[in-house]
Design a protein around this ligand. Structure first.
Ligand SMILES: [Zn+2]
Length: 209
């Protein structure tokens, strides 16, 4: 069983390293994140850490493209990754809904229309979900949602008891938790998001948000 998990983690690491190699010519801060992600990949041995690491890689790609540094992926009951994505709010065009979790669920629902039950699926996100995404994931029926790092300013997971009654009732059927992974991965996820958070929030304010 351990071998199966290890092999799955290795497959995840291989796909993430391919994504990292395609990120080119970036400011020093992003280059430093790429080096950190590459170094951390050698420390990952279990499946959950591999998924968390990949969410950071996807966050890094989103950041390098001019979007918020958040990445996410959806994993089925057997541990296979069925959809991946990153924040796409600003590039290639403005999309107010295009948080990483929304991008992943849009992709999954477009491609896997035959799947009717997601109770045994897990969504990994590099950052704690916001109110919009938490409600979306509840509506989509995703059984478990795992975030690598908490978002004390915008996260809804820790605030879900304050949801309106109907949403709170639906959310109670699902599990939300912080990832069980290395502190270094949590710090990477935090720093990738923090790099352009203020700048991009200001961009939203310029649009009237
Ligand atoms: Zn969100």
């Amino acid at each position: 069983m351990g071998n199966t998990k290890r092999s799955s983690a290795n497959q995840v690491l291989t796909s993430g390293r391919q994504i990292l190699r395609k990120i080119r010519s970036q400011p020093a801060a992003i280059e430093a994140f790429i080096s950190t992600a590459q170094a951390l990949s050698t420390t990952v041995s279990d499946a959950e850490s591999a998924y968390c690491w990949l969410s950071c890689v996807l966050a890094l790609r989103a950041l390098s493209q001019g979007n918020f540094g958040v990445g996410a992926l959806l994993v089925d009951a057997s541990g296979s990754i069925v959809a991946t994505g990153g924040n796409q709010m600003f590039v290639p065009r403005f999309r107010s809904e295009a948080h990483a979790e929304m991008v992943v669920m849009n992709e999954f629902e477009r491609r896997r229309q035959a799947v009717a039950h997601l109770a045994r699926y897990t969504l990994f996100t590099s950052l704690e979900s916001c109110p919009m995404c938490l409600v979306r994931l509840v509506t989509a029926g995703v059984g478990t949602v795992v975030h690598v790092t908490a978002d004390t300013l915008g996260g809804m997971v820790t605030q879900k008891e304050t949801l309106p009654a109907a949403w709170k009732q639906l959310a109670a059927n699902h599990a939300y938790r912080e990832a069980s992974c290395a502190q270094e991965l949590k710090e990477l996820a935090t720093e990738i998001f923090a790099l352009t958070r203020t700048k991009l929030n200001n961009k939203l304010r310029d649009r009237g948000a």
